[in-house]
Design a protein around this ligand. Sequence first.
Ligand SMILES: Cc1cc2nc3c(=O)[nH]c(=O)nc-3n(C[C@H](O)[C@H](O)[C@H](O)COP(=O)(O)OP(=O)(O)OC[C@H]3O[C@@H](n4cnc5c(N)ncnc54)[C@H](O)[C@@H]3O)c2cc1C
Length: 422
Amino acid sequence: MKVVVLGAGLIGVASAYYLWRDGHDVEVIEQHAEPATVTSYANACLVSASRALPWPTPTAHKTIWRALTDSSAPMRVTKFFDPALWRWGREFLSYANQRDYERLTKEKLSFAKFCQDELEDTLAQTGVDCGYKRDGLLYVCRSETTMTAARARAALVGEHGFEVRVLSRDEVLTLEPSLAPSTVVGGTLAVTDAQGDSRAFTRALAVWLTTQVERPVRFSYGETVNAKLLQRGRTFQLNTPSRELKGDAFVVALGPQTQHFARMLGVQIPIYPVKGFSITVPVKEASLAPQRGGICEDSLIAYCPLQSPSGLVMRITTGAIFSGQDNGFTDADFGAHRKHFEALFPGALDWSSSEIEHWACQRPMTPSSLPIIQRDTRFDNIYWNCGQGHIGWTMSCGSGRVIAHLVAGRQPSFSLDNMQQL
Ligand SMILES: Cc1cc2nc3c(=O)[nH]c(=O)nc-3n(C[C@H](O)[C@H](O)[C@H](O)COP(=O)(O)OP(=O)(O)OC[C@H]3O[C@@H](n4cnc5c(N)ncnc54)[C@H](O)[C@@H]3O)c2cc1C
Protein backbone atom coordinates (compact mmCIF):
# COMPACT_ATOMS: atom_id res chain seq x y z
CA MET A 1 0.00 0.00 0.00
CA LYS A 2 1.08 3.58 -0.52
CA VAL A 3 0.75 5.29 2.87
CA VAL A 4 1.21 9.04 3.26
CA VAL A 5 2.10 10.29 6.75
CA LEU A 6 1.34 13.94 7.46
CA GLY A 7 3.81 15.55 9.87
CA ALA A 8 7.43 14.70 10.69
CA GLY A 9 7.39 15.15 14.45
CA LEU A 10 8.00 12.29 16.87
CA ILE A 11 4.64 10.72 16.13
CA GLY A 12 4.79 11.01 12.33
CA VAL A 13 8.33 9.63 12.04
CA ALA A 14 7.64 6.78 14.48
CA SER A 15 4.47 5.96 12.48
CA ALA A 16 6.52 5.96 9.26
CA TYR A 17 8.96 3.48 10.81
CA TYR A 18 6.28 0.95 11.76
CA LEU A 19 4.47 1.38 8.44
CA TRP A 20 7.75 0.81 6.62
CA ARG A 21 8.35 -2.30 8.73
CA ASP A 22 4.98 -3.60 7.54
CA GLY A 23 6.16 -3.40 3.96
CA HIS A 24 4.28 -0.29 2.83
CA ASP A 25 5.54 2.31 0.42
CA VAL A 26 5.71 5.33 2.79
CA GLU A 27 5.97 9.07 2.14
CA VAL A 28 6.11 11.69 4.91
CA ILE A 29 5.01 15.27 4.22
CA GLU A 30 6.30 18.05 6.47
CA GLN A 31 5.77 21.79 6.22
CA HIS A 32 9.18 22.67 7.64
CA ALA A 33 12.64 21.97 6.25
CA GLU A 34 13.47 19.03 8.54
CA PRO A 35 11.89 16.67 11.09
CA ALA A 36 11.19 17.64 14.71
CA THR A 37 10.89 21.38 14.25
CA VAL A 38 7.76 22.07 16.31
CA THR A 39 6.73 20.34 19.57
CA SER A 40 9.30 17.58 19.18
CA TYR A 41 12.12 20.13 18.86
CA ALA A 42 12.97 20.83 22.48
CA ASN A 43 10.86 18.97 25.01
CA ALA A 44 12.13 17.81 28.41
CA CYS A 45 13.52 14.57 26.91
CA LEU A 46 12.21 12.43 29.78
CA VAL A 47 10.87 8.98 28.97
CA SER A 48 8.72 9.17 32.03
CA ALA A 49 6.24 6.31 31.67
CA SER A 50 5.68 6.32 35.45
CA ARG A 51 4.36 9.91 35.08
CA ALA A 52 1.81 9.02 32.43
CA LEU A 53 -0.99 10.18 34.69
CA PRO A 54 -4.20 11.81 33.47
CA TRP A 55 -4.59 15.56 33.93
CA PRO A 56 -8.27 15.41 34.89
CA THR A 57 -8.03 14.42 38.57
CA PRO A 58 -10.78 14.54 41.20
CA THR A 59 -9.14 17.79 42.47
CA ALA A 60 -8.67 19.34 39.01
CA HIS A 61 -11.21 22.05 39.88
CA LYS A 62 -8.70 23.54 42.34
CA THR A 63 -5.92 23.50 39.73
CA ILE A 64 -8.23 25.22 37.25
CA TRP A 65 -9.18 27.90 39.75
CA ARG A 66 -5.49 28.61 40.40
CA ALA A 67 -4.79 28.58 36.63
CA LEU A 68 -7.44 31.27 36.20
CA THR A 69 -6.48 33.47 39.13
CA ASP A 70 -2.74 33.10 39.88
CA SER A 71 -0.46 34.61 37.24
CA SER A 72 2.59 32.88 38.77
CA ALA A 73 1.10 29.35 38.63
CA PRO A 74 2.88 26.86 36.31
CA MET A 75 -0.53 26.13 34.73
CA ARG A 76 -2.32 29.27 33.50
CA VAL A 77 -5.19 30.25 31.25
CA THR A 78 -4.41 33.40 29.26
CA LYS A 79 -7.03 33.06 26.52
CA PHE A 80 -10.18 32.77 28.52
CA PHE A 81 -12.77 33.66 25.85
CA ASP A 82 -12.02 30.83 23.49
CA PRO A 83 -14.96 28.58 22.47
CA ALA A 84 -12.51 25.74 21.67
CA LEU A 85 -11.16 25.92 25.24
CA TRP A 86 -14.66 25.90 26.71
CA ARG A 87 -15.63 22.86 24.66
CA TRP A 88 -12.40 21.11 25.65
CA GLY A 89 -12.75 22.19 29.29
CA ARG A 90 -16.30 20.85 29.55
CA GLU A 91 -15.20 17.39 28.45
CA PHE A 92 -12.07 17.61 30.64
CA LEU A 93 -14.20 18.35 33.71
CA SER A 94 -16.53 15.45 32.91
CA TYR A 95 -13.55 13.13 33.63
CA ALA A 96 -12.48 14.90 36.82
CA ASN A 97 -13.96 12.29 39.19
CA GLN A 98 -12.54 9.33 41.06
CA ARG A 99 -14.03 6.63 38.82
CA ASP A 100 -12.72 8.12 35.55
CA TYR A 101 -9.39 9.01 37.15
CA GLU A 102 -8.83 5.37 38.07
CA ARG A 103 -9.89 4.17 34.62
CA LEU A 104 -7.71 6.71 32.77
CA THR A 105 -4.75 6.09 35.09
CA LYS A 106 -4.83 2.36 34.44
CA GLU A 107 -5.11 2.87 30.69
CA LYS A 108 -2.48 5.57 30.40
CA LEU A 109 0.14 3.88 32.57
CA SER A 110 -0.19 0.57 30.79
CA PHE A 111 -0.05 2.23 27.36
CA ALA A 112 3.05 4.20 28.40
CA LYS A 113 4.74 1.02 29.54
CA PHE A 114 3.92 -0.68 26.22
CA CYS A 115 5.25 2.42 24.41
CA GLN A 116 8.56 2.46 26.29
CA ASP A 117 9.11 -1.20 25.33
CA GLU A 118 8.42 -0.30 21.69
CA LEU A 119 10.82 2.66 21.87
CA GLU A 120 13.56 0.42 23.21
CA ASP A 121 12.83 -2.15 20.52
CA THR A 122 13.04 0.54 17.81
CA LEU A 123 16.38 1.76 19.17
CA ALA A 124 17.70 -1.81 19.21
CA GLN A 125 16.44 -2.61 15.68
CA THR A 126 17.72 0.60 14.04
CA GLY A 127 20.80 1.45 16.09
CA VAL A 128 19.58 5.06 16.27
CA ASP A 129 21.64 6.96 18.86
CA CYS A 130 19.79 9.60 20.87
CA GLY A 131 21.68 9.24 24.16
CA TYR A 132 18.94 6.97 25.50
CA LYS A 133 19.72 6.00 29.08
CA ARG A 134 17.45 3.85 31.26
CA ASP A 135 18.86 4.75 34.61
CA GLY A 136 15.75 5.96 36.40
CA LEU A 137 14.49 9.51 36.80
CA LEU A 138 14.65 11.41 40.07
CA TYR A 139 11.61 13.39 41.23
CA VAL A 140 12.76 15.73 43.99
CA CYS A 141 10.72 17.38 46.74
CA ARG A 142 11.54 20.56 48.58
CA SER A 143 8.62 20.48 51.02
CA GLU A 144 6.74 18.00 53.16
CA THR A 145 3.58 18.76 51.16
CA THR A 146 5.05 17.53 47.88
CA MET A 147 6.79 14.66 49.70
CA THR A 148 3.41 13.44 50.96
CA ALA A 149 1.98 13.67 47.43
CA ALA A 150 5.06 11.87 46.06
CA ARG A 151 4.56 8.97 48.49
CA ALA A 152 0.93 8.65 47.40
CA ARG A 153 1.94 8.77 43.72
CA ALA A 154 4.61 6.11 44.25
CA ALA A 155 2.01 3.85 45.84
CA LEU A 156 -0.48 4.52 43.03
CA VAL A 157 1.90 3.77 40.15
CA GLY A 158 3.32 0.86 42.17
CA GLU A 159 -0.13 -0.75 41.96
CA HIS A 160 0.26 -0.57 38.17
CA GLY A 161 3.62 -2.34 38.14
CA PHE A 162 6.07 0.57 38.29
CA GLU A 163 8.94 0.43 40.74
CA VAL A 164 9.18 3.84 42.39
CA ARG A 165 11.41 4.11 45.47
CA VAL A 166 10.65 6.71 48.11
CA LEU A 167 13.92 8.36 49.18
CA SER A 168 15.05 10.36 52.19
CA ARG A 169 17.19 13.48 51.68
CA ASP A 170 20.34 11.43 52.34
CA GLU A 171 19.32 8.81 49.81
CA VAL A 172 18.61 11.51 47.22
CA LEU A 173 22.04 13.03 47.84
CA THR A 174 23.72 9.64 47.45
CA LEU A 175 22.14 9.37 44.00
CA GLU A 176 22.64 13.01 43.07
CA PRO A 177 25.40 14.59 45.21
CA SER A 178 25.11 17.90 43.34
CA LEU A 179 21.79 18.50 45.14
CA ALA A 180 23.69 18.99 48.43
CA PRO A 181 23.39 22.82 48.50
CA SER A 182 19.60 22.63 47.91
CA THR A 183 16.81 22.40 50.48
CA VAL A 184 15.55 19.11 49.04
CA VAL A 185 13.79 17.05 51.75
CA GLY A 186 13.53 13.80 49.77
CA GLY A 187 12.13 12.44 46.56
CA THR A 188 11.33 9.38 44.49
CA LEU A 189 13.32 7.37 41.99
CA ALA A 190 11.25 5.87 39.17
CA VAL A 191 13.57 2.98 38.44
CA THR A 192 12.51 2.16 34.87
CA ASP A 193 12.05 5.72 33.61
CA ALA A 194 14.64 6.88 31.11
CA GLN A 195 15.92 9.86 29.17
CA GLY A 196 17.05 10.60 25.63
CA ASP A 197 17.16 13.43 23.12
CA SER A 198 13.83 13.29 21.27
CA ARG A 199 14.93 15.66 18.51
CA ALA A 200 18.04 13.56 17.85
CA PHE A 201 15.86 10.43 17.84
CA THR A 202 13.33 11.83 15.36
CA ARG A 203 15.97 13.17 12.98
CA ALA A 204 18.19 10.08 13.13
CA LEU A 205 15.22 7.75 12.59
CA ALA A 206 14.15 9.85 9.57
CA VAL A 207 17.67 9.54 8.10
CA TRP A 208 17.66 5.80 8.82
CA LEU A 209 14.34 5.43 6.97
CA THR A 210 15.49 7.41 3.93
CA THR A 211 18.69 5.39 3.64
CA GLN A 212 17.12 1.94 3.62
CA VAL A 213 17.97 0.01 0.48
CA GLU A 214 14.57 -1.60 0.33
CA ARG A 215 11.65 0.82 -0.06
CA PRO A 216 13.37 3.89 1.40
CA VAL A 217 10.84 6.25 2.98
CA ARG A 218 10.50 9.49 1.08
CA PHE A 219 10.45 12.67 3.17
CA SER A 220 9.01 15.71 1.37
CA TYR A 221 9.86 18.91 3.25
CA GLY A 222 8.56 22.43 2.87
CA GLU A 223 5.09 21.25 1.87
CA THR A 224 2.05 22.34 3.86
CA VAL A 225 -0.92 20.02 3.46
CA ASN A 226 -4.44 21.37 3.03
CA ALA A 227 -7.66 19.38 2.76
CA LYS A 228 -10.69 20.01 0.55
CA LEU A 229 -14.07 18.30 0.84
CA LEU A 230 -15.60 17.06 -2.41
CA GLN A 231 -18.99 15.62 -3.42
CA ARG A 232 -20.87 17.35 -0.60
CA GLY A 233 -18.41 16.09 1.98
CA ARG A 234 -18.44 12.45 0.90
CA THR A 235 -14.84 12.41 -0.34
CA PHE A 236 -11.80 14.62 0.09
CA GLN A 237 -8.64 15.75 -1.59
CA LEU A 238 -5.32 16.54 0.08
CA ASN A 239 -3.09 19.11 -1.59
CA THR A 240 0.20 20.81 -0.99
CA PRO A 241 0.87 24.07 -2.86
CA SER A 242 2.55 22.09 -5.65
CA ARG A 243 0.55 18.85 -6.01
CA GLU A 244 -2.32 16.63 -5.04
CA LEU A 245 -1.35 13.88 -2.59
CA LYS A 246 -2.18 10.37 -3.71
CA GLY A 247 -2.22 7.39 -1.39
CA ASP A 248 -4.19 4.37 -0.24
CA ALA A 249 -4.08 5.56 3.37
CA PHE A 250 -3.24 8.84 5.13
CA VAL A 251 -1.90 8.95 8.70
CA VAL A 252 -2.44 12.35 10.28
CA ALA A 253 0.24 13.17 12.89
CA LEU A 254 0.19 16.95 12.95
CA GLY A 255 0.56 17.38 16.71
CA PRO A 256 -1.06 20.56 18.02
CA GLN A 257 -1.98 21.58 14.46
CA THR A 258 -4.12 18.50 13.89
CA GLN A 259 -7.29 20.29 14.92
CA HIS A 260 -6.78 23.02 12.31
CA PHE A 261 -6.26 20.41 9.60
CA ALA A 262 -9.23 18.31 10.74
CA ARG A 263 -11.57 21.29 10.52
CA MET A 264 -10.91 21.41 6.75
CA LEU A 265 -12.41 17.91 6.59
CA GLY A 266 -15.32 18.86 8.82
CA VAL A 267 -13.93 16.69 11.65
CA GLN A 268 -13.86 17.95 15.27
CA ILE A 269 -10.66 16.79 16.98
CA PRO A 270 -10.75 17.26 20.78
CA ILE A 271 -7.20 18.61 21.12
CA TYR A 272 -6.23 21.86 22.78
CA PRO A 273 -2.65 23.19 22.49
CA VAL A 274 -1.04 23.73 25.89
CA LYS A 275 2.10 25.83 25.67
CA GLY A 276 5.31 25.09 27.54
CA PHE A 277 8.64 26.92 27.60
CA SER A 278 11.96 25.22 27.11
CA ILE A 279 15.49 26.52 27.58
CA THR A 280 18.77 24.78 26.79
CA VAL A 281 21.79 26.10 28.69
CA PRO A 282 25.46 25.03 28.43
CA VAL A 283 26.81 23.32 31.54
CA LYS A 284 29.63 25.36 33.11
CA GLU A 285 30.58 23.03 35.95
CA ALA A 286 29.68 19.36 35.38
CA SER A 287 30.36 18.36 39.00
CA LEU A 288 27.57 20.74 40.12
CA ALA A 289 25.05 19.52 37.52
CA PRO A 290 22.59 16.61 37.76
CA GLN A 291 23.73 13.28 36.33
CA ARG A 292 20.24 12.19 35.35
CA GLY A 293 16.99 13.89 34.39
CA GLY A 294 14.20 14.67 36.79
CA ILE A 295 11.42 16.93 37.94
CA CYS A 296 11.17 19.27 40.91
CA GLU A 297 7.78 18.47 42.41
CA ASP A 298 7.46 21.92 44.00
CA SER A 299 8.22 24.17 41.03
CA LEU A 300 7.32 21.60 38.33
CA ILE A 301 10.46 22.31 36.32
CA ALA A 302 11.74 19.31 34.40
CA TYR A 303 15.45 19.07 33.58
CA CYS A 304 17.64 16.73 31.60
CA PRO A 305 21.39 16.72 30.86
CA LEU A 306 22.03 16.21 27.13
CA GLN A 307 25.12 15.87 24.98
CA SER A 308 25.18 18.48 22.20
CA PRO A 309 27.83 18.93 19.49
CA SER A 310 29.34 21.74 21.60
CA GLY A 311 29.35 19.78 24.89
CA LEU A 312 27.09 19.06 27.83
CA VAL A 313 23.91 21.15 27.99
CA MET A 314 20.90 21.20 30.32
CA ARG A 315 17.35 21.17 28.94
CA ILE A 316 14.91 22.79 31.38
CA THR A 317 11.18 23.07 30.71
CA THR A 318 8.13 24.28 32.56
CA GLY A 319 4.77 25.95 32.05
CA ALA A 320 1.37 24.80 30.86
CA ILE A 321 -0.34 27.79 29.30
CA PHE A 322 -3.76 27.66 27.70
CA SER A 323 -3.25 30.49 25.21
CA GLY A 324 -4.91 29.22 22.03
CA GLN A 325 -2.68 29.02 18.97
CA ASP A 326 -0.23 31.62 20.35
CA ASN A 327 3.18 30.01 20.40
CA GLY A 328 5.24 33.11 21.23
CA PHE A 329 7.57 33.75 24.17
CA THR A 330 9.42 36.60 25.86
CA ASP A 331 12.44 36.66 28.20
CA ALA A 332 10.05 36.86 31.17
CA ASP A 333 8.77 33.36 30.36
CA PHE A 334 12.13 31.86 31.35
CA GLY A 335 12.62 33.46 34.78
CA ALA A 336 11.15 30.46 36.60
CA HIS A 337 13.50 28.05 34.83
CA ARG A 338 16.59 29.83 36.11
CA LYS A 339 15.27 30.56 39.58
CA HIS A 340 14.15 27.01 40.33
CA PHE A 341 17.05 25.22 38.66
CA GLU A 342 19.56 27.41 40.54
CA ALA A 343 17.76 26.59 43.80
CA LEU A 344 18.57 22.93 43.12
CA PHE A 345 21.95 23.03 41.38
CA PRO A 346 23.55 26.43 42.03
CA GLY A 347 26.47 27.39 39.79
CA ALA A 348 26.14 24.45 37.37
CA LEU A 349 25.09 26.37 34.25
CA ASP A 350 26.51 29.19 32.16
CA TRP A 351 23.61 31.63 32.12
CA SER A 352 25.70 34.26 30.30
CA SER A 353 26.40 32.01 27.29
CA SER A 354 25.41 33.22 23.83
CA GLU A 355 24.52 29.60 23.03
CA ILE A 356 21.47 29.49 25.29
CA GLU A 357 18.47 28.40 23.25
CA HIS A 358 14.91 29.49 24.07
CA TRP A 359 11.85 27.69 22.74
CA ALA A 360 8.09 27.47 23.22
CA CYS A 361 5.95 24.63 21.96
CA GLN A 362 2.51 23.21 22.53
CA ARG A 363 1.45 19.90 23.96
CA PRO A 364 -1.38 18.42 21.87
CA MET A 365 -3.67 17.67 24.86
CA THR A 366 -6.94 15.76 24.70
CA PRO A 367 -9.53 16.22 27.49
CA SER A 368 -8.95 12.69 28.82
CA SER A 369 -5.13 12.96 28.44
CA LEU A 370 -5.16 9.81 26.31
CA PRO A 371 -4.17 9.96 22.66
CA ILE A 372 -6.43 9.60 19.63
CA ILE A 373 -5.23 6.61 17.63
CA GLN A 374 -8.00 5.53 15.32
CA ARG A 375 -9.39 5.25 11.83
CA ASP A 376 -11.67 8.14 10.94
CA THR A 377 -15.35 7.41 11.42
CA ARG A 378 -16.32 8.89 8.02
CA PHE A 379 -13.31 8.57 5.71
CA ASP A 380 -12.02 5.04 5.94
CA ASN A 381 -8.53 5.79 4.58
CA ILE A 382 -7.75 8.52 7.14
CA TYR A 383 -6.04 7.45 10.37
CA TRP A 384 -5.52 9.85 13.27
CA ASN A 385 -2.41 9.54 15.44
CA CYS A 386 -2.39 12.60 17.65
CA GLY A 387 -3.07 13.96 21.13
CA GLN A 388 -0.11 12.36 22.92
CA GLY A 389 -0.02 15.58 24.97
CA HIS A 390 2.61 15.95 27.68
CA ILE A 391 4.05 12.52 27.05
CA GLY A 392 4.49 12.16 23.29
CA TRP A 393 8.20 11.28 23.41
CA THR A 394 7.44 8.40 25.74
CA MET A 395 4.44 7.32 23.63
CA SER A 396 5.90 7.85 20.15
CA CYS A 397 6.83 4.31 19.18
CA GLY A 398 3.88 2.52 20.80
CA SER A 399 1.55 4.95 18.99
CA GLY A 400 3.37 4.23 15.73
CA ARG A 401 3.08 0.50 16.28
CA VAL A 402 -0.64 0.65 16.95
CA ILE A 403 -1.43 2.91 13.98
CA ALA A 404 0.45 0.48 11.71
CA HIS A 405 -1.76 -2.34 13.01
CA LEU A 406 -4.88 -0.31 12.20
CA VAL A 407 -3.67 0.57 8.69
CA ALA A 408 -2.95 -3.11 8.05
CA GLY A 409 -6.41 -4.05 9.35
CA ARG A 410 -4.90 -6.14 12.15
CA GLN A 411 -6.05 -6.31 15.75
CA PRO A 412 -3.82 -3.75 17.56
CA SER A 413 -1.31 -5.25 20.01
CA PHE A 414 -2.64 -2.80 22.62
CA SER A 415 -6.40 -2.48 23.12
CA LEU A 416 -7.66 0.97 22.10
CA ASP A 417 -11.10 0.64 23.70
CA ASN A 418 -10.43 3.24 26.37
CA MET A 419 -8.42 5.74 24.31
CA GLN A 420 -9.77 9.20 23.56
CA GLN A 421 -12.37 8.73 20.83
CA LEU A 422 -13.44 11.12 18.09
C1 LIG B 1 7.51 21.93 27.23
C2 LIG B 1 7.24 20.51 26.84
C3 LIG B 1 7.96 19.48 27.43
C4 LIG B 1 7.70 18.15 27.11
N1 LIG B 1 8.43 17.16 27.68
C5 LIG B 1 8.19 15.87 27.37
C6 LIG B 1 8.94 14.83 27.98
O1 LIG B 1 9.86 15.07 28.75
N2 LIG B 1 8.62 13.55 27.69
C7 LIG B 1 7.61 13.22 26.83
O2 LIG B 1 7.32 12.03 26.65
N3 LIG B 1 6.92 14.20 26.18
C8 LIG B 1 7.18 15.51 26.43
N4 LIG B 1 6.47 16.51 25.81
C9 LIG B 1 5.45 16.14 24.84
C10 LIG B 1 6.02 15.86 23.43
O3 LIG B 1 7.03 16.77 23.11
C11 LIG B 1 4.89 15.94 22.40
O4 LIG B 1 3.81 15.12 22.79
C12 LIG B 1 5.37 15.48 21.03
O5 LIG B 1 6.48 16.24 20.62
C13 LIG B 1 4.25 15.63 20.01
O6 LIG B 1 4.78 15.17 18.78
P1 LIG B 1 3.92 15.30 17.45
O7 LIG B 1 4.68 14.58 16.40
O8 LIG B 1 2.52 14.92 17.71
O9 LIG B 1 3.87 16.89 17.17
P2 LIG B 1 4.95 17.83 16.48
O10 LIG B 1 6.30 17.56 16.97
O11 LIG B 1 4.45 19.22 16.61
O12 LIG B 1 4.91 17.37 14.96
C14 LIG B 1 3.86 17.72 14.09
C15 LIG B 1 4.49 18.06 12.75
O13 LIG B 1 3.45 18.34 11.81
C16 LIG B 1 3.88 19.42 10.98
N5 LIG B 1 2.70 20.03 10.40
C17 LIG B 1 1.68 20.63 11.07
N6 LIG B 1 0.72 21.02 10.20
C18 LIG B 1 1.16 20.67 8.96
C19 LIG B 1 0.59 20.75 7.66
N7 LIG B 1 -0.61 21.29 7.45
N8 LIG B 1 1.30 20.29 6.61
C20 LIG B 1 2.52 19.69 6.80
N9 LIG B 1 3.10 19.57 8.00
C21 LIG B 1 2.42 20.03 9.07
C22 LIG B 1 4.62 20.31 11.94
O14 LIG B 1 5.49 21.20 11.24
C23 LIG B 1 5.34 19.33 12.83
O15 LIG B 1 6.63 19.03 12.38
C24 LIG B 1 6.71 17.85 26.14
C25 LIG B 1 5.99 18.88 25.52
C26 LIG B 1 6.25 20.21 25.86
C27 LIG B 1 5.48 21.29 25.19
